[in-house]
Each structure stands twice: as structure tokens, then as C-alpha cells.
Design a protein around this ligand. Structure first.
Ligand SMILES: *[C@@H]1O[C@H](CO)[C@@H](O)[C@H](O)[C@H]1NC(C)=O
Ligand SMILES: *[C@@H]1O[C@H](CO)[C@@H](O)[C@H](O)[C@H]1NC(C)=O
Ligand SMILES: [Zn+2]
Length: 427
């Protein structure tokens, strides 16, 4: 409590400094357009805007009945408002100066880093960088050599080590079923690695409460799939909203969307062939080393794998296949049943309303080449993308939001896992 009070006081002091600093997002505003305003003409207009990446970014379309959030360059405010007015669209201004919000957040994060240095555990007080996260899982494995196993599974384009942590109950029984979880596909979705870290901490530190989750199942977790992007977003306000990997994709543009890079209906729909686009599918399927790592994990655990869960933000959604088509798999009832467990548990715990459903029809757009479709097709009977709730301007929940978001996410994941364990007992 005291710490947060102090922080608040300090961040108020920091405000004047923040005002003088300017960054790329100085004067950008975020508009929220109610989903009631949705029309074909408006969606077309919005999808045109998003192509003009230096002036606009559509943070979220009308996903699952949510309002659309659009970030607009200072020089474009008049044209944007006119477009809304011409379409008789009612909008709110969610944020009047994104640059200021981000510079305050960076100051706070900097301070928190001093106050909460890495001490062998990762709390929910702040966001951690990739080195700290790897250090954390290494230390866990050293402390618990019979329960926790670390594995280096690959390297990012820029040479960062990708490591999984396997959590067991230490009974040394082999060939248990597996739940495979990853986070940090998209660089700016910081709450995703944070949720993966909390999940790891719960399974490690709370063996008593979670004994049933580890009885016949092992958990394999890759907390940060795209560390190059994740580190890039931590550099400054300018780079905070980076989404993709960091491998150059053309002379002018960097990065591929790793979640459009999987070889299952790759580049067919809902992905871009423009290297500068946020949803660039890559020069070919599995062009990105980070996607290759996840592919190999999926294949190496598929015989025992019962649930694949990939953590993203934002939207408060639990999505299941398919994402490449409006169709649904034959086993849609199983997928829905497990997702509903997570939805209900979260609603009961915090009142947060998650929407669940097949990916394409729930978010109203297809996204081929994503990891959840790939894992499901490979043989995981349950495969979900969980989009955590928005915070801050959307992708940037402030550090003070981490605690409740990751705890709520854990409640949902544990509930889904319990249903999976019941449905798919160890053979
Ligand atoms: C992007 O928007 C700006 C401002 O309206 C305009 O000058 C520019 O031509 C647009 N670029 C493209 C590629 O549409
Ligand atoms: C991806 O799809 C687009 C649109 O169909 C096509 O123009 C492009 O050539 C495809 N890219 C590759 C590398 O096949
Ligand atoms: Zn994402």
C-alpha cells in the first residue's frame, strides 16, 4: 500500500518532466468508436486508414462486439473527425495525448525497476525484461532440480535464447499428458509474458493447491516467443507499440507477424503480403526462427499434448479454431465446453466478461497462419488463443494493473486445465 502511495506521489512529480519530453506519439489521440456504429462503409473506411501506418493505427477493430479503438496522428485529427461525422458515427476520445501517457509509464517503469530488482522471484509489481525472465526460470530449475526442468529450444533472429520451463510435481513419472503454454508472440502485449510468469509461479510455489493440475499432467511454458520484439518495445516510448519480430522483411521494413507465419493455410486470408504491414505473413511459412521454435514444440509434445494455450492481448476473448475459415471443427463442442469453464471462472472471480467462440466469427475476421490453428491441426484436442483484457490505452496496462490481470487470467487457465484433465485422463 505504502509503496503504491509513494509511487503515485512520485509519478505526479514526474509529470512536469514528462510534459517537456516529446516523443513520436506526442499529440496522438485514441478514438473509441462504438460497435453500434458498425457498418460496411465504416469498416471499409477503417481498413483503408490502417494501411496508412504513419498516420493511423487501428488498435482493435470491432472484435467480438467490442468498440473499435483507433490511434490518430496529430495532423489527421480533423480528417478523422470529418470521416466519423460523414458516417454519422458517435465516438469518444479515450486518450488525448498518447505520448504523455507513454512517457509517464516509462518513468514509472524505470522507478519500479529500481525498487523491485530481481531477487529470484518475479512479483506482479512491474514488467520484466527477457533476461530477467530467463534468469527466473533458470533459478527455479536450479532450486527444484527434481520438479522443474529448463530446456533451451532455440534462438531468436537477434540471438536471444528461447527457453522453456517444464513444471512437474516431482514424482518422476514419465509420459504424463502435457499442457503447452506460450506468451509474448506479439511484442507490445506485455501482459502476456506477465501472465505466463504468474502461471509458472503458481504451479511452482503452490503445489498443494494445484496438486491436481500436476498429478497426471506436466506443464511446458515458453514465456516469451518473440524476445527481439519484446525487448524493442522496452527501449522507449517510440517503440512501445511494436508488434512483429525484428528480422528485416524488405529493404524498407522490419519484422513479420509471427502469428501469421505458421504453415497451415498460410497467407490465405487475414494476413498481409506487404512487408510493412503489422500482419505481414512473412516471405514464406516459417520464415521466422521464433515460429519454428513453437512449431517444433508443438510437434514434440503433440503425442501427450491435450491443451495448447497462447496468451495475447487484448480483447477479453478465448478463441478456438478455426481462424483461417468461418467453419468450425467437428469437436467444436469440446472446445466450447473447456473455454466456457475459463469464461465462467473469471466472471465469478472478478466480474470480467470474456467472450468465447471460434476465432474467425468471434472477432469478425480471419487470420490464417496462426499458432492455435496449427497446434489444433497437429493434434492438440484443445487449442486456444486467450486475449487478455485491455489496459491503459489498450496494449499498455500500467504496472498497477498487472496484479489483478494476471491473477484473473490464472483463475481462468486453472479452470480450463481442470476440465481438460477431466476430459482427457492419462491413458
Ligand atoms: C496518409 O495520410 C496522409 C495525411 O492524410 C496523406 O498525406 C498521405 O498521402 C496518406 N498516405 C497514403 C499512403 O495513403
Ligand atoms: C500471399 O498472398 C498474396 C495474396 O493472395 C499474394 O499476392 C502473395 O504472392 C502471396 N505471397 C507468397 C509469398 O506466396
Ligand atoms: Zn497478439
Amino acid at each position: 500500500m505504502t509503496v503504491w502511495w509513494l509511487l503515485l506521489a512520485l509519478s505526479c512529480l514526474g509529470l512536469s518532466a514528462g510534459l517537456q519530453k516529446s516523443n513520436k506519439y506526442e499529440g496522438y489521440k485514441i478514438y473509441e468508436v462504438s460497435s453500434k456504429a458498425r457498418s460496411v462503409a465504416l469498416e471499409e473506411a477503417l481498413s483503408e486508414l490502417v494501411k496508412n501506418a504513419s498516420y493511423y493505427e487501428v488498435f482493435s477493430g470491432f472484435k467480438g462486439g467490442n468498440s473499435a479503438k483507433v490511434m490518430v496522428h496529430p495532423d489527421e485529427q480533423i480528417s478523422f473527425v470529418k470521416l466519423m461525422d460523414d458516417n454519422n458515427v458517435v465516438y469518444d476520445i479515450l486518450n488525448r495525448n498518447v505520448g504523455l501517457t507513454l512517457s509517464r509509464q516509462f518513468e514509472t517503469n524505470h522507478m519500479l525497476r529500481q525498487w523491485f530488482p530481481y531477487n529470484g522471484r518475479l512479483g506482479t509489481e512491474r514488467y520484466y525484461n527477457h533476461d530477467e525472465i530467463n534468469q527466473f526460470i533458470e533459478d527455479l530449475a536450479k532450486e527444484n532440480p527434481r520438479r522443474i526442468f529448463l530446456k533451451t529450444v532455440g534462438k531468436s533472429y537477434e540471438g536471444r535464447w528461447l527457453k522453456t520451463v517444464t513444471i512437474t510435481n516431482g514424482d518422476a513419472r514419465r509420459n504424463k499428458n502435457v499442457i503447452l503454454v506460450d506468451g509474448g508472440f506479439h511484442a507490445r502485449e506485455w501482459i502476456s509474458p506477465a501472465a505466463a510468469i504468474y502461471l509458472i509461479s503458481q504451479l511452482v510455489d503452490n503445489l498443494q493447491d494445484n496438486a491436481d493440475l500436476l498429478q497426471d499432467y506436466d506443464w511446458v511454458i515458453l514465456p516469451v516467443v518473440n524476445p527481439d520484439g519484446y525487448e524493442y518495445t522496452q527501449l522507449s516510448e517510440e517503440t512501445r507499440f511494436w508488434r512483429k519480430t525484428r528480422k528485416p522483411s524488405s529493404p524498407d521494413c522490419i519484422g513479420t507477424d509471427p502469428n501469421r507465419n505458421f504453415d497451415f493455410h498460410w497467407n490465405e486470408t487475414g494476413a498481409s503480403s506487404d512487408p510493412c504491414s503489422l500482419t505481414y505473413a512473412g516471405e514464406k511459412a516459417f520464415s521466422e526462427p521464433e515460429a519454428v521454435v513453437v512449431r517444433d514444440l508443438i510437434h514434440s509434445y503433440v503425442d501427450r499434448g491435450k491443451m495448447y494455450l497462447t496468451l495475447h492481448s487484448y480483447g477479453s476473448l478465448i478463441l478456438y479454431p478455426w481462424g483461417w475459415t468461418e467453419g468450425v471443427p467437428d469437436t467444436v463442442a469440446d472446445l466450447h465446453e473447456v473455454a466456457a469453464e475459463g469464461q465462467n471462472a473469471i466472471l465469478e472471480a472478478t466480474g470480467t466478461e470474456y467472450l468465447i467462440g471460434p476465432s474467425t466469427t468471434t472477432i469478425n475476421y480471419a487470420a490464417a497462419g496462426a499458432s492455435d490453428d496449427y497446434a489444433f491441426n497437429a493434434g492438440f484436442p484443445i487449442s486456444f488463443t486467450m486475449e487478455l483484457p485491455a489496459g491503459g490505452t489498450g496494449f499498455d496496462p500500467p504496472a498497477s494493473d498487472i496484479d489483478h490481470l494476471v491473477k484473473e487470467t490464472w483463475v481462468g487457465i486453472a479452470a480450463m486445465a481442470r476440465r481438460v484433465i477431466q476430459k482427457y485422463p492419462l491413458a
